[in-house]
Design a protein around this ligand. Structure first.
Ligand code: TXA
Ligand code: MG
Length: 529
């Protein structure tokens, strides 16, 4: 058994790294050496989280007394104005890794390594080059972010409820993080779990008019009491959503749906029996109890009964139906984890209930039930399955979404108030990451050099992953092209690529039927100019 000294920046990052090293049969000691961290209270808070994690895994912690002045002198001086990931950071990595190497030597460890490689914001290549240069024999080269390392480490930290910092560590990264939060509105909403006390709290917050993001099997929704007009208006302003775009109302039971809408159409019982609870939304004639702000003045209301157990629990705890659009800023990629929600709306809402990653990954299928049965938005419940559930009793046609129709008729309609004004083109372009997206089929394009490019395949390329043409990095949406898997992964990947600073994303289209057609709908909107 070899002894490994693991340099650690915080409790959150250490989780997966310790777990993996133990699994590999190493004896591990955590080396908490972070002279970069300011203020001192932050150093102490992260140390507390590191100790909690170490206790969980039964490994020792060695604390390296920080000398922040020395760090400022040797690392930051002359590099204060550099942005995060700029010239200051490799100097900082070197500073801490040199200390880790020395400690490893002095204390008789066989190897040293660092948790820094678990973060998608840190270049493992740079870290490895530094580790090698310091002590090639002792440096253990492990890319902890591989095989979903970052996700795993987040899961462990959530389970242990570890303190999670908002910035990398030094005062300069804090400055940049604060600027970013001002720009994007990201900060910390309270995170709730499925523990009974948390479910009660979510219900109480919602009854009190708060905005609480909830997990569903499709995507995370930004929920408010559907009967509380003030709370519903806050949904629109938090998302920057135009008031002409109506919301879906979520219910826990068919009885609750019947309080909001006329459910007498014979297709309703059939569709509800086949797909509720589940990823299907029905647009039905509304009852007067539903405020006009929810339905954007339409005579109909969209109703959905989610299957996610935590959504069900929160709906019951709240005791009121919940209006909830996807919990993303209007036009941006829908969120499929609690972290996605926190990253973009954390500053504008009271809480996020964390129910893990969404299993469908794209929004519900929306079906208008009237004289005709019309699919307004494709989802994992396909047109074919809907027709089958109706047993040939009704014709099922594909129609345009309400907002699309409205924007074609009246391109700049809608009262802005705190919601956004609708601009031409705003609707076609939806689910869009910051990076420029384009689609391809059959033959992978050769990316032009220059911009940082991601080449995305539907399935894992056969054999060895081909060398990326034109310096692009290669990703895939599923192991074997199963469209359920692709749907589950697509939004999460778009967000991840944005976070990793990709400027261009070239994605292979899905086959245009079944769930693939729903994925293509999202992809074409993400790619719309
Ligand atoms: O899976 C989902 O449906 C997720 C989760 C949170 O339940 N929700 C969701 O909501 O995707 P949102 O707001 O992002 O999309 C709802 C769509 C909008 O495009 C809106 O135009 C349409 O539903 N919609 C709502 N009410 C409608 C109505 N009365 N008639 C026609 N379309 C309606
Ligand atoms: Mg949406």
């Amino acid at each position: 058994m070899s002894r490994v000294l693991l340099h650690t920046c915080c409790g959150v990052c250490a989780g997966h790294c310790v777990e993996l090293l133990l699994e590999q049969g190493h004896e591990v000691a955590i080396f908490y050496s972070n002279a970069n961290i300011a203020p001192a209270a932050e150093f102490a808070k992260r140390l507390e989280a590191v100790r909690a994690l170490a206790a969980h895994f039964g490994v020792p912690v060695i604390v390296d007394e920080p000398d922040h002045r020395d760090w400022l002198e040797k690392v930051a001086r002359g590099f204060e104005r550099e942005p995060e990931r700029g010239g200051r950071c490799p100097r900082c990595f070197r500073y801490s890794l040199e200390r880790a190497a020395r400690a490893a030597r002095e204390r008789g460890f066989d190897f040293f390594t660092t948790t820094l490689s678990v973060s998608p914001h840190k270049s493992s290549k740079t870290l490895f080059a530094i580790g090698e240069a310091i002590d090639a024999e002792r440096f253990l080269e492990i890319d902890f972010k591989k095989r979903d390392g970052f996700k795993k480490t987040n899961a462990i930290s959530r389970e242990l409820r570890l303190y999670r910092q908002r910035y990398c560590g030094c005062e300069f990264s804090l400055r940049d993080a604060l600027a970013r939060e001002r720009e994007t509105g990201a900060a910390r909403a309270e995170t709730l779990t499925d523990a009974p006390a948390d479910v009660e709290r979510a219900g109480a917050l919602l009854r009190a008019g708060a905005l609480v993001a909830i997990p569903t099997e499709t995507v995370y929704g930004l929920a408010a009491n559907a009967f509380d007009e003030t709370a519903v208006r806050r949904i629109f302003s938090a998302k920057g959503r135009p008031f002409i775009d109506p919301l879906i109302v979520h219910v826990h039971s068919f009885e609750q749906a019947a309080e909001l809408a006329d459910v007498s159409h014979p297709a309703v019982a059939k569709l509800a029996a086949a797909f509720w609870p589940g990823p299907l939304t029905l647009v039905l004639p509304k009852k007067p109890s539903v405020p006009a702000v929810v339905t954007a003045g339409e005579p109909t209301v969209a109703v959905r009964m989610p299957a996610h157990p935590l959504a069900q629990k929160i709906l019951r705890a709240a005791g009121v139906p919940l209006a909830a659009p996807s919990a993303n800023p209007f036009g941006y990629v829908s969120p499929t984890t609690a972290e996605h929600v926190l990253n973009s709306l954390g500053a504008r809402i009271e809480a996020v209930a964390d129910g893990g990653a969404c299993v469908c990954g794209i929004e519900s299928t929306i079906v208008f039930v009237g004289e005709k049965i019309r699919v307004l938005r494709l989802g994992v419940v396909t047109r074919e399955r809907i027709a089958e559930a109706l047993g040939g009793a009704f014709e099922v046609e594909i129609g345009k979404g309400l907002l699309e129709k409205k924007s074609e008729e009246t391109p700049a309609a809608g009262t802005p108030e705190e919601g956004a004004q609708l601009a031409p083109g705003m609707l076609k372009k939806h689910y869009s990451p910051r990076a420029a997206v384009s689609l391809w089929e059959s033959d992978a394009p050769t990316p032009e050099p220059g911009a940082k490019t991601a080449l995305v395949f539907q399935a894992r390329p056969a054999g060895n992953v081909p060398a990326a043409p034109g310096g692009a990095e290669i990703f895939w949406l599923s192991e074997n092209g199963d469209q359920r898997d692709v749907a589950r992964a697509v939004f999460a990947l778009l967000r991840r690529l944005d976070e990793s600073g990709f400027e261009r994303i070239l994605i292979e289209r899905s086959p245009d039927f079944g769930v693939g057609a729903a994925v293509n709908d999202r992809l074409s909107r993400a790619a719309a100019k």
